[in-house]
Ligand binder design. Structure first.
Ligand code: NAP
Length: 471
């Protein structure tokens, strides 16, 4: 496929291959864009931002709503693209397309509801006969820099609200998974988006991501990706607004009163969906009191049923990781944990980019499989004596994106919700659950700012204060 800048599809001087992570075959090629391509793209978006600013909320609603409808019609085509470039099983890709369609529909609806507030200026000692109100206005040019793991829905979470808010957008998808994003651009254009309002450049983040971040015509950067890249982007961005949706090593506490079969079912979904490559994957499990041995037994039996392999085969429950090098890294971390005293209860094997669903027992807090972000199909189980100790372990991390507890006690649940430092809290499910309308974002090194179209629009628009001076 080609990149899209200045209202046109263009070839690049060099190409990047997009490969199917299961068998390493080339799915397609995209341009390896340069910093000059970024400048050209942003030159075009200056006019695009002006066009978008003048569209009414209703006109923006119509474009985005039609985009959502086309996405629904093309569900199967989009799902196949996601599975082929990213590696998740088709069933998960279909869910991703449905969610992305809904995220676009939510963005369309919110385009009609962007509002300011009226201020009682006569409440100020100097405010007699004055009326004040705020207007929300677009930022202008918004940059959307996105990760590989949800190559459609996480792109829509940025592009949808940015356009709904009346902005032009420069989109830079992950190099492993640019095809879903380029397809989305095609659909937006078909739905009537002014072509000058969007650009999509593909290529290495270190080159074109940084060129985007440095360009002073970009007013707002919305980034989803790893912690270290997020920190680097903040350093180069200078005076820009930024939203950072970063990584995590999310904990799940299992209390003695929990239904352990339910826990095992939840863990099978929330630790291993998309081969564990979800920012809110359950990575750490903390069994409190006497539950540890039975928890391990139930977990091992349930996780042992997860069949890993070719993501396009209907019998497969879990596809490959996005790159073989990542699967090798996960294997190294597991081996290191075993050398330090952990036990592999199930899994641990690798073939190419496919890493088996793995349960590790007797994990100590300083092992990499628990204290760093694994972003792979492993769950690390640890023992705690009390809820105090379990909460302290849950909080003993630089991250704070999602955390969960299984308990029947309202007191334990409320204590967990109050004391655990995390942007998302789940009671009686694993750490991985999201409705796309929720305010979603992390605490601590997991980032700042919220996504969910209503909340993202707040971050992608600015406020003007208007004062009418009466006599
Ligand atoms: P990543 O390596 O940080 O890449 C994310 C994006 O940043 C890609 O488009 C990448 O381009 C680009 N990039 C890389 N270096 C850059 C630089 N110096 N300047 C500007 N852009 C740069 O992350 P990933 O491996 O794709 O995704 C996995 C990470 O994302 C995990 O840490 C996960 O937890 C996090 N994540 C967070 C959320 C959330 O909502 N909090 C959701 C999903 C994922 P290239 O692909 O060309 O390198």
């Amino acid at each position: 496929m080609r990149m899209f800048t200045q209202g046109q599809w263009r070839e690049g001087r060099e190409a990047l291959e997009v490969r199917n992570p299961f068998d390493n075959t080339v799915v397609d090629t995209v341009p390896r864009s340069t910093a000059d391509d970024v400048t050209t793209a942003i030159d075009g978006l200056v006019a695009g931002a002006e066009i978008m600013r003048r569209l009414s909320g209703y006109e923006r609603f119509q474009i985005l709503n039609k985009t959502a409808a086309i996405m629904g019609e093309r569900l199967e085509e989009l799902a196949t693209i996601i599975s082929r470039e990213e590696g998740k099983v088709l069933a998960e890709s279909r869910i991703e397309v449905q969610r992305a369609r809904e995220t676009m529909e939510l963005s369309a609806e919110e385009a009609k509801r962007i509002t300011g507030e009226v201020l009682p200026l006569d409440g100020a000692s100097t405010g007699k006969n004055k009326l004040g109100f705020t207007l929300r206005v677009p930022c202008g040019i918004v940059a959307a820099i996105t990760p590989f793991n949800f190559p459609l829905n996480l792109v829509v979470h940025k592009v949808g609200p940015a356009l709904a808010g009346g902005n032009a957008v420069i989109l830079k998808p992950a190099s492993d998974t640019p095809l879903s994003a380029l397809k989305l651009v095609e659909i937006l254009l078909e739905a009537g988006l002014p072509p000058q309002a969007i650009a999509c450049v593909t290529g290495p983040g270190g080159v074109i991501g940084e060129a985007i971040a440095r360009d002073c015509r970009v007013r707002k950067i919305s980034f989803t990706g790893s912690r270290d890249v997020g920190e680097r982007l903040c350093q180069v961005a200078g005076l820009k607004r930024v939203t950072m949706e970063l990584g995590s090593n999310s904990p799940l506490i299992v209390m003695p009163d929990a239904d352990l079969q339910q826990v095992a079912e939840a863990a099978a979904v929330t630790a291993f969906a998309n081969a564990g490559q979800v920012c809110i994957s359950t990575q750490r499990m903390i069994g409190v009191g006497g539950v540890y041995d039975e928890l391990l037994e139930r977990l091992t039996t349930r996780v042992g049923k997860i069949r890993a392999g070719n993501q396009l085969d209907a019998q497969t429950n879990m596809g490959p990781m996005v790159r073989e090098s990542d699967a090798r890294r996960v294997g190294d971390w597991v081996d290191e944990a075993v050398k330090q005293g952990a036990r592999v209860m199930v899994g641990g094997g690798r073939q190419g980019a496919v890493f088996e669903a793995t349960v590790l027992a007797d994990v100590k807090p300083d092992m990499k499989v628990t204290c760093d972000e694994v972003f792979g199909p492993t769950v690390a189980v640890t023992r705690a004596d009390t809820i105090e100790q379990a909460i302290a372990m849950a909080n003993d991390t630089r991250y704070g994106l999602s955390a969960a507890i299984f308990t029947k006690s309202l007191d334990s649940a409320m204590r967990f919700a109050r004391e655990v430092q995390s942007g998302n809290i789940h009671i009686n499910w694993g750490t991985m659950w999201r409705a796309d309308l929720m305010p979603y974002g992390g605490l601590k090194d997991s980032g700042f700012g919220k996504e969910g179209p209503k909340y993202a629009i707040q971050e992608m628009t600015e406020s003007k204060m208007v004062v009418i001076h009466g006599v």
